[in-house]
Design a protein around this ligand. Structure first.
Ligand code: FES
Ligand code: FES
Length: 156
């Protein structure tokens, strides 16, 4: 077992975890933060995206032990009151079609808006589509997801 201490959604968490535990399993099964979804076993779908120290990470590609000392934000922690602008935009544009991929889409969307803003670059529709490469929408309905991120980019 490996002792880890990290912050999850602003609260300190201290646990002993088996060394092979994935961050995605730790969040879902140990902390019961089931908004982080598992949609594949090949690290391709992006349903498990969370933020680690402010950057989007596929939680199924990281060990819980590697998250020791970090700050993790899950979909449950993106807003302290009401909906985050990205959540509101997905609601407004019907971007949450299946709901299963949605947490990962929202976490990736927030990350891309923040990154492009920090770099002083425009987050164009083409850039959003390119950035969503790691998030699979199996119902192929990317249009509303892209529109949602465009709306949120103007409001965040
Ligand atoms: S569950 Fe992590 S990428 Fe699919
Ligand atoms: S909206 Fe989730 S798979 Fe298409």
């Amino acid at each position: 077992m490996t002792p880890i201490i990290l912050k999850v959604n602003g609260k300190e968490v201290a646990r002993d975890v088996p060394g092979e535990t994935l961050l995605s399993d730790f969040l879902r099964e140990t902390l019961r933060l089931t908004g982080t979804h598992i949609g594949c076993d090949t690290s391709q779908c992006g349903a498990c995206v969370v933020h680690v120290d402010g950057k989007a990470v596929k939680a199924c590609t990281m060990l819980a032990a590697e998250a020791d000392g970090t700050e993790v934000t899950t979909i449950e922690g993106v807003s302290n009151s009401g909906l985050h602008p990205m959540q509101q935009a997905f609601n407004d544009n019907h971007g949450l079609q299946c709901g299963f991929c949605t947490p990962g889409m929202i976490m990736s969307g927030i990350d891309m808006v923040n990154r492009y803003r920090a770099a002083g670059e425009e987050l164009t529709e083409a850039a959003i589509r390119n950035e969503l490469e790691g998030n699979i929408c199996r119902c192929t309905g990317y249009h509303n997801i892209v529109r949602s991120i465009q709306q949120a980019a103007g409001e965040m």
